[in-house]
Design a protein around this ligand. Structure first.
Ligand code: KE4
Length: 432
């Protein structure tokens, strides 16, 4: 199905050609619109809260390249800082002052981080953190939650969220049993299930890794006491607590979900926002644990472009912009306005919905809910979400092309953008 109200001829041509060049025509599966149907739009340029496709159509963007564009796409101050950095080269493969600067900013911002290592993606950060958890505790098993996504490393492709959930893949072929045999899973928000796993394998579980606010099974918030309970259980069993803040980091609050909820994990992974749109991931935490990472310690992890000056520059400037007083109050205000408006419009047009926002992250499910975990999320009407997504796209609003993703706002979104989005949503919902 193609967009009926907007011309997407060029998108169709480009995407058709892409299908012969790259698997599914994309560089990452969720971009292919498989679960929402229809023709993905091919981007030409982005600026602030907006996208323009290759046919010249403009959209209000609530994906923000999956999180990094929290200050708005192509922020002039980020772009000019990058122009300046470019004159000094694109990659050093050697220490640079810029790494110190961004490391100091991350350590100053995130309560539990005493030391940090930069990598090039969230996947790399999560891979490295699992190796570190196992090395530090000398235990092999790890607990993750159904529907949470920690990148595409073998060990995490067990009941994973994001694109894996979107495509309904049981889990991926090519992942040997040996890679996942030590990955235990529990339903999100289910402390009893976690306790049972610890009791079944005392002294064998290196730790628990989770999205402190889930964005990869749709938007799912932690129940009261859940995060605190995990902190207590991991302490009790001598295991580590790891917050995967690749998505929530610097989005839920400047100090991430751990600042918002006042929980101190032992290790944290980050990505997206700290790269300001260029490839950066990071992991960090307690000094005694991080000191095990080579060359300070024996746990190996490396990367050619880790800490490269362009990515550091974009990250530094992005965090500087986020430090401006009132940034997070603004993000909370406009995102709450959006989430409340979407839910109200859906209810008033007769749809069962639930959802909400925390700071600049939001989501809604077509089910009366509540949605506490991935099983609940899967009960929502994903076909209706697909029709909603298409209707919004045809009217110039770009939502994440999957029910099992979250929505993102930015400092560039205005109240007018929000109110226009709600009005368009009401129009779409009344015809769903
Ligand atoms: P990357 O390797 O994609 O940089 O990060 C993996 C990752 C790890 N942890 C969390 C909580 C994440 O959300 C992600 C990546 N998020 C997805 C969007 N849900 C990236 C988009 C995509 O896969 O194309």
């Amino acid at each position: 199905m193609v967009n009926t109200t907007i011309k997407t001829t060029k998108s169709q041509e480009v995407f058709a050609a892409a299908q012969n060049l790259m698997p599914g025509g994309v560089s990452s599966p969720v971009r292919a619109f498989k679960s929402v149907g229809g023709q993905p739009i091919v981007f030409d340029r982005v600026k602030g809260a907006y996208i323009w496709d290759v046919d010249g159509n403009q959209y209000i963007d609530y994906v923000g390249t999956w999180g990094p564009a929290i200050c708005g796409h192509a922020h002039p101050e980020v772009i000019s800082a990058l122009h300046e950095a470019l004159e000094k080269g694109t990659s050093f493969g050697a220490p640079s002052v810029l790494e110190n600067v961004l490391a100091e900013m991350v350590i100053a911002a995130v309560p539990s981080i005493e030391m940090v290592r930069f990598v090039n993606s969230g996947t790399e950060a999560c891979m490295a953190v699992l190796r570190l958890m196992r090395a530090f505790t000398n235990r092999e098993k790890v607990i993750k939650f159904e529907g949470c996504y920690h990148g595409h490393a073998d060990m995490f492709l067990v009941k994973a969220g994001s694109g894996v959930a979107t495509l309904g893949l049981p889990d991926s072929p090519g992942v040997p049993k040996s890679a996942t045999i030590s990955t235990l899973t529990a339903p999100y928000n289910d402390l009893e299930a976690v306790k049972a796993l610890f009791e079944e394998s005392p002294d064998q579980i290196s730790g628990v890794i989770l999205e402190p606010v889930v964005g990869n099974a749709g938007f799912i918030t932690p129940d009261a006491g859940f995060l605190e309970g995990l902190r207590e259980l991991t302490h009790e069993y001598g295991a580590l607590l790891v917050f995967d803040e690749v998505m929530t980091g610097f989005r839920i609050a400047y100090g991430g979900a751990q600042e918002k909820f006042g929980i101190k994990p032992d290790l944290t992974t980050m990505g997206k926002v700290i790269g300001g749109g260029l490839p950066v991931g990071a992991y960090g935490g307690r000094r005694d644990i991080m000191s095990m990472i080579a060359p300070a310690g024996p746990v190996y992890q490396a990367g050619t472009l880790s800490g490269n000056p362009l990515a550091m520059t974009a990250g530094i400037k992005t965090l500087e912009l986020l430090q401006k007083p009132g940034s997070y109050e603004y993000l909370e205000r406009i995102t709450k306005r959006l989430a409340d408006g979407l839910l109200k419009a859906a209810q008033e047009t007769g749809h069962a919905v639930c959802g909400g926002n925390i700071s600049a992250m939001f989501g809604l499910f077509f089910t009366s809910g509540p949605v506490h975990n991935y099983e609940d999320a899967k009960k929502s009407d994903t076909a209706k979400f697909g029709r909603f997504h298409r209707g919004m796209l045809e009217r110039g609003v770009y939502l994440a092309p999957s029910q099992f993703e979250a929505g993102f706002t930015s400092l560039a979104h205005t109240e007018e953008d929000i109110d226009q989005t709600i009005a368009i949503a009401r129009d779409v919902l009344s015809s769903l």
